[in-house]
Design a protein around this ligand. Structure first.
Ligand SMILES: NC(=O)c1ccc[n+]([C@@H]2O[C@H](COP(=O)([O-])OP(=O)(O)OC[C@H]3O[C@@H](n4cnc5c(N)ncnc54)[C@H](OP(=O)(O)O)[C@@H]3O)[C@@H](O)[C@H]2O)c1
Length: 282
């Protein structure tokens, strides 16, 4: 199936592009991607009309939560409106469409959210991503919600929470990790594999892809330290309330994965961390 990944130069998009060995686009055209600014409806139409992919996966986003809060109109354009243009163009060209979304569409009051739970975003990033989801679903798409993806960031475009923690611990530096933010991180290598499974099984609608383990950021970093044999005494327990952010952060955003687990196997966090450790060695 001829596949196109939008945002192929990003952390997650890089893995999608590599797995499907497919064409990719990005805003600036790096990492072997072609330039395509998804804030232009005309450019999207021309690109898709010319290249005629059969599957389009949108991993492009304005993913910086603080920046979205400051530049709310731009975040709504990139994360919300542009998804309508992409999904519509996909449908017009008979291509399947997959939108990558986030746990941040939830308010974080409950945790263990399933696909039927009602989103209620509390910051601009979450609000804009929810608009993107709604736009995608109007065009018979798959919306795949992921949470704090972890793995090596080959795109090297930013410091992920996972790599920052690992680098700090490796360099004998302290890591502050919240005990009251409960997460279920997504193994980044699973993203393209899960998409392939959903497409093969002709699924549409919303799906959650995350770890089965629901744990605090503190416990996540502790597991990283254990797997990589690093000094866990460097991990300092803090509260989310200790951080001064412009954008509010939801506290309990773990995702329930029962629905996707019917067709896709998610390995344990421990096993996935060990796989990453082996990857660093090679
Ligand atoms: N990272 C997380 O913690 C996290 C958590 C949950 C969900 N997600 C979701 O996962 C997806 C991937 O996130 P990520 O962390 O991989 O993002 P990322 O590393 O920040 O990459 C963003 C990608 O979007 C592209 N892009 C940005 N603005 C664009 C525009 N106007 N036109 C075209 N392309 C544009 C970038 O292109 P350039 O490189 O050329 O600028 C880059 O390829 C997003 O949907 C995000 O919401 C991420």
């Amino acid at each position: 199936m001829k596949t196109l990944v939008i945002g192929g130069s990003g952390f997650v998009g890089y893995y999608i592009k590599k797995y499907f060995d497919c064409q990719g686009t990005s805003l600036t055209g790096k990492e072997g991607c072609q330039k395509l600014d998804i804030t232009s409806e005309r450019d999207i139409g021309e690109f898709i009309g010319k290249n005629r992919p059969e599957l389009i996966i949108n991993s492009a986003a304005m993913a910086n939560v603080e920046l979205c809060e400051k530049e709310s109109n731009k975040s709504m354009l990139v994360n919300g409106q542009a998804v309508e243009w992409l999904a519509r163009s996909a449908q017009e060209n008979n291509a399947k469409f997959v939108q990558i979304s986030t746990d941040y569409v939830f308010d974080g009051e409950k945790g263990d959210y399933n696909e039927l739970d009602k989103p209620n975003p509390i910051n601009q990033y979450g609000k804009s991503k929810l608009v993107g989801e709604e736009n995608a679903l109007r065009h018979d798409a798959i919306v795949l919600r992921i949470e704090m993806p972890y793995g090596i960031n080959f795109a090297k475009n930013k410091n992920t929470f996972f790599e920052s923690a690992l680098n700090n611990l490796s360099n004998d530096k302290e890591v502050n990790a919240a005990i009251d933010q409960i997460i279920s991180p997504t193994y980044v290598e699973d993203v393209p594999k899960a998409i392939e499974t959903l497409i093969t099984n002709s699924r549409t609608g919303v799906f959650h892809l995350a770890s089965k383990e629901k744990l605090s950021r503190y416990d996540f970093v502790t597991q990283i330290a254990r797997t990589f044999e690093l000094n866990a005494d460097l991990i300092k327990k803090v509260s989310l309330d200790d951080f001064k952010f412009d954008a509010k952060r939801p506290k309990k955003t773990s995702l329930n994965t029962d629905k996707i687990s019917e067709i896709f196997t998610i390995d344990s966090l421990n096993r996935n961390l060990s796989k990453i450790k082996d990857m660093y060695k090679t």
